[in-house]
Design a protein around this ligand. Structure first.
Ligand SMILES: [Fe+2]
Length: 335
């Protein structure tokens, strides 16, 4: 059965709300969204939300409601039309700002962010009123013939904009949503701030990529539990372990009794190939004594938002003081 008019319009609302959520997240970063993403948002808001979705209502739904006795002046219909006009006025300010930003003039970011926020807030409130108030009222007023004509009208508005309008804009929306989801909050941090954050963690980090090459370690300057040399960056991880320490690592893992999760054959987790790691079990943690310190070493598979394996992160932490904690220390406990 083909969808009803209200299902089609609610689907437009739902997809648009997801686009807004993705962009709200992108606008949260201090650096702002990528210009290309704003270009796509501009196209979606101007060519779909206003020129397509709102037209479906204004040309085909609202007139039929008026014909069935819902007044155009006063009441929900008047409110909806007034909100469409307000949205159009905000859009008129948004379009030149977004076009400039998409062309690389990112100095417009603050004004663009504020204008987008205004537009999204108005639309979200408007969509809710239509979904929960106007459409249920309309369903009671419209005849089956009216409902079929609204569906035909919706299809006519889409057809006037191209043969695959709905699918084309749904793809555009999905592209904006996907880009929004991939952008982590850390994208808004300057590189030196992010580096300082990593060096401030109470754990030492080492990262090998999906090809088992050493790509990064933290805490390069200052005390480190396990020394690391900058010369190791780019090397295959096997080549970074002298036979003596490799033997030590394996021995530690294998003396923990029986099958140790995270070990395949005689390889420590961080020495396994990516494929083995995926086939194999979860990565296991180790704890060893170095002098009077208890050191906790863990291996974490690192994956991107799409779930693809990017590499393995090793965390090394002196947990001596943590293990010695007794009782509680609360913020408000101080005199
Ligand atoms: Fe709507």
């Amino acid at each position: 059965m083909s969808p009803r008019w209200d299902e089609l319009l609610k689907l437009d609302h739902e997809i648009t709300e997801r686009v807004f959520a993705a962009m709200e997240s992108a606008f949260e970063s201090s650096a702002g969204p990528p210009p290309a993403q704003v270009g796509r948002l501009l196209e979606y808001m101007r060519d779909y939300v206003d020129a397509c979705h709102n037209q479906k209502e204004e040309l085909h739904l609202f007139p039929r409601l008026e014909a069935r006795g819902m007044p155009r002046q006063g009441g929900p219909l008047a409110v909806m039309l007034a909100e469409h006009e307000r949205a159009r006025a905000i859009l008129a300010r948004f379009v030149p700002l977004a076009a400039a930003y998409a062309a690389g003039q990112t100095a417009t970011l603050a004004e663009l962010r504020a204008t987008f926020g205004e537009y999204a807030a108005l639309c979200k409130d408007h969509f809710w009123k239509e979904n929960d108030i106007l459409y249920p009222m309309a369903q009671r007023l419209l005849t089956a013939q009216d409902a079929a004509e609204v569906v035909a009208g919706i299809e006519a508005v889409e057809a006037a904009l191209g043969s695959d309008t709905r699918a084309r804009f749904h793809r555009l929306a999905q592209q904006i949503i996907d880009e929004g989801q991939l952008q982590d909050l850390s994208f808004g941090l300057e590189r030196d701030v992010l580096a300082a954050v990593l060096n401030t963690l109470p754990v030492e980090l080492s990262f090998i990529d999906h090809e088992d090459r050493v790509r990064y370690f933290s805490h390069e300057h200052g005390h480190k539990i396990f020394g690391r040399s900058r010369g190791a960056i780019g090397m295959a991880v096997e080549n970074c372990h002298p036979p003596k320490s490799l033997h030590l690592v394996r021995q530690i893992i294998l003396t923990r009794g029986g099958h140790v999760t995270g070990v395949i054959g005689r390889k420590a987790a961080h020495l396994m190939r990516g494929d083995d790691r995926d086939k194999g079990a979860k990565l296991e943690d180790l704890w060893i004594d170095i002098g009077a310190s208890k050191v906790h070493i863990r291996y974490w598979p690192v994956r991107n938002a799409a779930g693809n394996y990017l590499g393995t992160l090793e965390t090394v932490q002196d947990v001596t003081a943590i293990r010695a904690l007794q009782g509680e220390q609360r913020l408000l406990a101080q005199p």
